[in-house]
Design a protein. Structure first.
Length: 69
């Protein structure tokens, strides 16, 4: 009997998928949950060096926020 993936937390489901790499249903449940929780924002590719540098600055700022938080 397979576990009920919908009752697992994301952390539990991830651990289960790692422990049972051949369980395709668990993998699909994890991917479905991960993508459902992912932000739907998209961004255009930078078109100039200035835009590229701006994106790089924003990424560094976000990484610094994650390190501090």
């Amino acid at each position: 009997m397979k576990p009920d993936y919908s009752n697992m937390t994301k952390i539990e489901l991830r651990a289960y998928v790692i422990a049972h790499p051949d369980d395709q249903a668990a993998f699909h449940a994890f991917v479905d949950r991960f993508t459902a929780e992912a932000p739907s924002q998209t961004f255009d590719i930078p078109n100039s060096n200035a835009e590229f540098e701006e994106v790089e600055i924003l990424i560094r700022q976000k990484l610094n926020q994650l390190k501090m938080g």
